[in-house]
Design a protein. Sequence first.
Length: 198
Amino acid sequence: MLTDVLTLPPPPISRSEILRYSGGGGASMDISALIDSCIREAEPSLAYRAVWRMIPVERRGACIDFGSFSVKSHTLDLALRDCSRAIVFVATVGLFPDRAVRRYGEISPSRALVHQAIGAERVEALCDALCDRLSAELSLSLCPRVSAGYGDIPLSIERDVFSLLDPPRKIGVTLNDALLMSPSKSVSAFVGIKNDKG
């Protein structure tokens, strides 16, 4: 089964998304300067890594069967409708956002908040870039991605994803007993392949 680990170049930064994730309204001169300063601090230390695999999709009654595991989820069923294969991945921008949030949490809460927002924007941009790259390189038309915890997709499916992809060894992402990933700015997702001939 096709599996790969990728390191991607940094995707373009969206300051408007960083502002949105930080809960800001209009961008004042002060917040714009703070965002720019935090971006300069973060950029050298961010990683853009992902591990992915193409997996079969088959419906068995109320469950979706992925070969090595299955799940019951109306949300996932809709997201993968008419797909015979999907891509499952885990992507991360590394530990820097977590470290920056801890470092500035007490001494500069506004700076900690912006670093949190940068981490959120960066990992979402990484997921978009990964899907764009796989679509282009594999000549695939991909559905929108969905993740555990969205709709009725159970968080417990994270254990199956981690068992399948081995992110701790391959990209340094771990899963704790509460099903939270570390680094926290990491995402797992399923992406259906449209009009797939297999």
